[in-house]
Design a protein around this ligand. Sequence first.
Ligand SMILES: Nc1ncnc2c1ncn2[C@@H]1O[C@H](COP(=O)(O)OP(=O)(O)OP(=O)(O)O)[C@@H](O)[C@H]1O
Ligand SMILES: [Mg+2]
Length: 376
Amino acid sequence: MTTRVDPVRARPARERHADAAAVLGALPVPVLLLDAENRFRHVNHAAEQFLGISASSLAQMRLSDLVPTDNPLFMLIEQVRNTEVTIADHDLTLESPRINKRGITVQGSPLPEEPGAVLLVMQDASAARSLDRQLAFRGAARSVSGMAAILAHEVKNPLSGIRGAAQLLEASVGPADRELAELIRDEADRIRDLVDRMEAFGEKPIARSAVNIHRVLEHVRKLAQSGFAAHIRFVENYDPSLPPVWGNRDQLIQIMLNLVKNAAEAVTTPSVKRPEITLSTGFHHGVRVAVPGSTTRVDLPLFVAVRDNGPGIPEDLRPHLFEPFVTSKPTGSGLGLALVAKIVGDHGGLIAVESRPGRTEFRLHLPVVSEKDADQ
Ligand SMILES: Nc1ncnc2c1ncn2[C@@H]1O[C@H](COP(=O)(O)OP(=O)(O)OP(=O)(O)O)[C@@H](O)[C@H]1O
Ligand SMILES: [Mg+2]
């Protein structure tokens, strides 16, 4: 008589555990195993990265060392223990001095062989949402481009007429009226500047070449430090091995200047004792994005980031940050970030934002020169 032996089960339990640990380790999704006392029994590599805490430190901790016990995550875990079924919760905030994560989806499952143990699988939905928003921003920028063309056409001509007439008046009226004529001229200039900025939203194809992003950053830093950011310390954190960006140099300067200007404005407030802006570049594999209007996806391995230690982006502005005319500044036009989103979109890139008091970072993911581009 022959007995059929399951080749997997026939192997010693120790080997099977080693396999399971290897599979968990390789999973790109954060997975954490809690014991009945909410101590971390096992965390995979993705979870270490996600939480920014090493497995050996986590092994010494309980969940309550990471998030306060009134966090809904504790309720989810208790529900899993009581009902012994898998439960998911969306849009959780994991916030404590150690971590700061929002929009997290957590799935909790019981482990039948280990009473009280709960397996947590986490997903950062905010990354997906920020991608969705990106696409919406592109739409917003596009709606401005049509308006910009009309404005440029219909407003600029009559405006120069108004300005000219005011100048003529200035020369011929008495001092009291001269002041009024000057006011007309200045305000006409302000409108013209605004229209000029909006013209940048026009739908023109961009001329691209291989651009050294570090030279762009150097140029912008010098401009900033000799003007609006003279009082601010700059930290540069560049990866010198980066390949060139496939883009338009002038537009890339325009983007970086807008981001650095915003950062400088954010840190110029009495509450920031040591104003600081950090410029960094590097590789970040795994960022892929769909090319609008096609099924192709492109890799965006290169990132450029502008970080400041200012008070953070006002909460109510965040959902609309990249839309035109969104501003919290008395004299701001709210066009800076809308323009940044438009140009980055034209380059086929992406922007991600992370902001909390003391740390705001705008991170651009940009395409590098491919062999196909280099041949052109
Ligand atoms: N680094 C930052 N820190 C805090 N808030 C920021 C930062 N960058 C942008 N913001 C917020 O986003 C808003 C929109 O920025 P955006 O650059 O589009 O317009 P603006 O700076 O107000 O005006 P403009 O750039 O046209 O002069 C700002 O008013 C500010 O509230
Ligand atoms: Mg701005």
